[in-house]
Structure formats: C-alpha cells, structure tokens
Write a protein that binds this ligand. Sequence first.
Ligand code: EPS
Length: 379
Amino acid sequence: MLRLLTAGESHGKMLLAVVDGFPAGLKIDAAQINRELERRQGGYGRGGRQKLETDTVEVLTGVWQETTLGSPVTLAVANHDSKLERLKDVERPRPGHGDLTGAVKYLGSIRGVLERASARETAARVAAGALAKQLLGEFGMSVFGYVVALEQITAEPRSASLPELIALRDASPMYTLNPEADRQIVARVDQATSDGDTLGGIVEVQVFDPPFGLGSHAQWDRKLDGLLAQAVMSVQAIKGVEIGMGFRAAGKPGSQVHDEIGYDSAAKEGPSLGYVRKTNNAGGLEAGMTNGQPIVVRAAMKPISTLRRPLASINLTTKEAESAAYERSDVCALAACIVIVENVVAFTVAQAFIDKFGGDSLVEMRARFEKFLELARAR
Ligand code: EPS
C-alpha cells in the first residue's frame, strides 16, 4: 500500500512529504522533481511569495545511491521565507479560507490554522507526485495537465502530439493549450489585479496509457474514480471534480454518452488490449476500473479567498463588523493548480497500480505487470 503524509507550515522551516510503501529499485531523478516544483511556482497572476522561494527537493530518507530501498522516502522542501515565530495572530477571518472554521474547531488562533491550510502545503504533494510520475513512467504512463478555462474565458485544448502539446502548454502564461485565449486571460488577470480581486477556473488532467484493471468495482472505497475525486477535491481551493464527461453527461441521453466497444487485433499489444472506442466520455473509468483509455479528470478551482479589497467579516475577539484580513497572496493560482492536480492524480494512480501489481520491488512489479498483460490478452 502506497501512502503519503505531508507536514509543515507555510512560514515554518520546511514542507515534508513522507511516502511510505514506494517500491525498491527505482533510480530517483531529483532534477525531474525540481522541474515540477518550479512549474508549481509559475504562471501569470502569482503573488510575491514565489519571488522569495526557489523550491528544490532534498531527499532525506529511503534512498541509497540515488535508488529507492522500499523504506519510507522523505522529501523536504525548505521555506526561504521562514518566519513563523515572528508572525502575529490574525483577528479578522477571511471568508472562504479556513480561518474561522479552524479557529473555532481547534479553540485556538487563526494563525495556527492558516499556516497549515495555505496552499504552500502543495509543494510537498507535488514532490511526492513527481516521484509517483517516475514510477508510472517505468510502465509507459504519462500524466499531462492544462488549464481549460479562467472564469468565463474558455481555452479550448488543441490536438497534436504529446511533445507538441507539452511545448505549447509550457510556453503559455496560464498553462493552457490555446494562445488566443491566453491574450484574454492575461488581460482579465490584469483587470482583477487592479480591482483587488481574485480569479479561479477549470483544469483538466489526462493519464495516457494506463493499463486495464486499476481500481475495483468490488468495494466502494476501491473504486478509482472515487479515490481520484477524493484526492483532487482535497487540493486547496478545489470545489468540483468531474471524470470524463462529468456533469455534462447528466444533460444527454445514454446513446450520446456511453463509449461503444469495438475490437481491433492490431491494437492488442497496446493499453486497450484491442478493445477500441471511438469516444472516451467515461474518462477511462467504468465501474471504478480503468478500461485502457486515457483517464480524464477535470477540477474547478474557486478564486483564492485572500482579496486585496477585502470582503465583510468580523473581529473574532470583539465580534464587531470589520473587513477581512489581507495577507500577501496570489490574484490567480490556476497555473499552479494544474501542476498540483496533475501530481495528485499521478500519486493516486500510482497507489492503484501498486495495489494491483504489488509494491515491494520494481523488478517484481514488472514481472507481475507483464504476466497480467499476457493473461488479459488471452482472455
Ligand atoms: C503559496 C504560498 C503562500 C501564498 C499562497 C500559496 O505564501 P504567502 O502566504 O507567504 O504569500 O502565496 O497561499 C494561499 C493562497 C493561501 O490562501 O494561503 C504557495 O507556495 O503556493
């Protein structure tokens, strides 16, 4: 079983990810983890914090001669802006943040909650997801995410080869696949910046070439669509998750939703095992199991809850009406959001992969993976 715990406050010493149950025998590429961390810091509309940080990973445990041992892998990302002990408490909770709920629940300070509720925690989840991507890569899978809408502006994705799409996304200020939409998006973020407001949007992730049979129909908490929804919904500021056609499927008849099944023996050696589909409205998941098509997950990010022009709130001590506190923040963190969701999806798929093929060593996993494919092709 692959598990992840993260620890750390936004302005504490560091963020930590403890990855337990990661197989032995994978040569870790720390530069690839750093590239994901760098991508998380990017995108148009980010705040001042990202100018202070250059997130890089330090692998503290679980590795010998750059190769995993099967023991817990601890990944650390240091905070340069580490000043928690000097920071004062906050009195005026921000609507939409964890300030009020956490201070009441823990009978304590707002500072003690916001430091952990902050999206800075996602640096640890991205580091763990980047490690998971390396494992998925060993079995031919790739995970690719992009922004599809900012507020009301849609950025329709292009179709091209994966390397071309990656280059297009990485050149985009909002990590979209649509340079025309980018011009409108940049103008809208500039407008929100001068208004003291914030913006959200929609992101989409695809996992290419997953094998058949990840997840299970047999029990509710083993269904991979449910596990993906939980993991993605837990990302800060996410308010909606869809698989494949998602909410749009509710507005169509079954004949326009379900992906008709064909067989093409020429595709037998590929992830579909020859069971081909003309559409992928199911987003690669039927009855909580992968069906050999790409996994497609979409998520809706609300606008960040820290507004430079603050909303109405109260003073938590006096209970008098006051406007909410403002702390340095982002106007739009949608580009960071897609990097986070991409890596959270990668980690969840790696968990399902290890459930199916075991997680002691890469060598054993590979043997079991090949055997399963051989048996499934003969099915
Ligand atoms: C973030 C770091 C934080 C915020 C943001 C995300 O740093 P600071 O609070 O020092 O500016 O910029 O966190 C929030 C949006 C939030 O609401 O807490 C990061 O590294 O992603």
